[in-house]
Design a protein around this ligand. Structure first.
Ligand code: FES
Length: 119
């Protein structure tokens, strides 16, 4: 069976997994801090950053695009609603996705070598 090498930069762990494995299945096993909730592509909680290997991942479906868009809007709304500068700066550091390649861990399969991180 073909393998893909997946590196989780937050915990500095690299594993070889069968091609087609979803990121969420691996992140749980290695203790990465990629959060999740529904595991079905509905909630948008499992956002993670693709650091390397975007081309070695499943294509973004129309449904995933819609959830990503809704999640980005939710995060932006949260930032706009913040009036405390310290809280806003903390939020920005924690949730800054600008310039990053983001995907949903429960929807993304790996087909080759990748490096990922939680947001
Ligand atoms: S865990 Fe809900 S969208 Fe991935």
């Amino acid at each position: 069976m073909a393998k893909a090498k997946v590196t989780f930069s937050d915990v500095n762990v690299t594993v070889n997994v069968p091609v087609g494995t979803r990121i969420i299945e691996i992140s749980e096993a290695v203790g990465s801090y990629i959060a999740y909730n529904c595991r079905e592509g509905d909630c948008g909680v499992c956002l993670f950053e693709v650091i390397k290997g975007k081309e070695n991942m499943s294509a973004i479906s129309k449904e995933e695009k819609a959830v990503l868009l809704a999640r980005y809007q939710e995060i932006m709304d949260g930032w706009r609603a913040t009036t405390d500068i310290d809280a806003l700066q903390a939020k920005m550091q924690r949730e800054n996705f600008i310039g990053k390649n983001c995907r949903l861990a429960c929807q993304t399969q790996v087909f080759g070598d990748v490096v990922v991180a939680p947001l």
